[in-house]
Design a protein around this ligand. Structure first.
Ligand SMILES: [Mg+2]
Length: 260
């Protein structure tokens, strides 16, 4: 098995896997060549499944990417560090994935579920991703919904994007956390970018940062405004969002959130 088959499997569908076998071996979902959960190849179907009505009206919805945002996984020889394995059937073949949890992933899910509707939105295959999510949230109490590849939208060039519109949620009440900027190009104003996680168990603090954002965003009616303030605060450059109302009185507070 090729060492990078893990990435191929996550993005593959029965109509596409052959076409990407000879592309870059490096998992980099920022380049769109081979990606961990966002494909760069033409995929049949897509973007057909949405969400049921919210259980708690008015609650904000947090869309979390899976691969390189919450976990990193790979196939082949067992890596030095991994937390568990999953064994999905891919095209009739059982594949072993070695999965490493990102630091603070459980803390993030637990904290988010208290005040947000948590939706994991991955462009990965359900056969693989559902098994990983069963391990991250075995009781099913933290993740309200799961959206897989068939909920992504295929755009020009065959790339998959996570279109938050049309899912039955008010865009003023949603935020997406994803390591791949290509995933949220349709709703950039709703996105908190995170650095991709591979195996930095000692220095990775990105999910702590996401938790700070969730707390920060609780003060805002419009999550897009919260995103704009939060990201501006990290850059130490206040930037006004197109949806930002004037005189919100919290500008001075954004600099509390720059200790990444
Ligand atoms: Mg990702």
């Amino acid at each position: 098995m090729k060492p990078f088959l893990t990435d191929i499997l996550k993005v593959s569908s029965c109509v596409a896997i052959i076409h990407i076998l000879q592309t870059s071996p490096f998992p980099d979902d920022k380049t769109g060549s081979i990606t961990t959960d966002t494909g760069s190849v033409a995929i049949g179907g897509g973007c057909k499944k949405g969400l049921p009505p919210p259980l708690i009206p008015g609650r904000k919805t947090l869309f979390l990417d899976l691969d390189e945002t919450l976990v990193h996984s790979q196939v082949g020889a067992p890596p030095e560090h991994y937390d568990f394995t999953v064994h999905p059937l891919i095209d009739g073949q059982e594949i072993t994935f070695y999965v490493l949890r990102r630091p603070e992933v459980e803390e993030l899910l637990r904290a988010a579920a208290k005040s947000y509707e948590v939706v994991v939105f991955t462009a990965g295959l359900e056969e693989y991703a559902s098994r990983v999510l069963d391990r991250l949230d075995p009781s099913g109490e933290m993740i309200a919904h799961r959206l897989y590849r068939d909920s992504c939208r295929e755009v020009e060039g065959g790339k998959l994007v996570k279109d938050l519109a049309g899912l039955g949620r008010d865009l003023a009440k949603v935020v997406i956390v994803d390591d791949n900027p290509g995933s949220y190009t349709l709703q950039m104003e709703n996105a908190i970018p995170v650095a991709p996680f591979v195996d930095d168990l000692s220095g990775d603090r990105e999910l702590q940062r996401v938790m700070r954002f969730l707390e920060f965003a609780s003060r805002f009616e419009d999550t897009r405004e919260a995103v704009a303030f939060f990201l501006a605060g990290e850059d130490r450059r206040p930037v006004m969002s197109p949806v930002m109302s004037s005189g919100s009185g919290i500008r001075n507070e954004i600099f509390k959130f720059d200790d990444r």
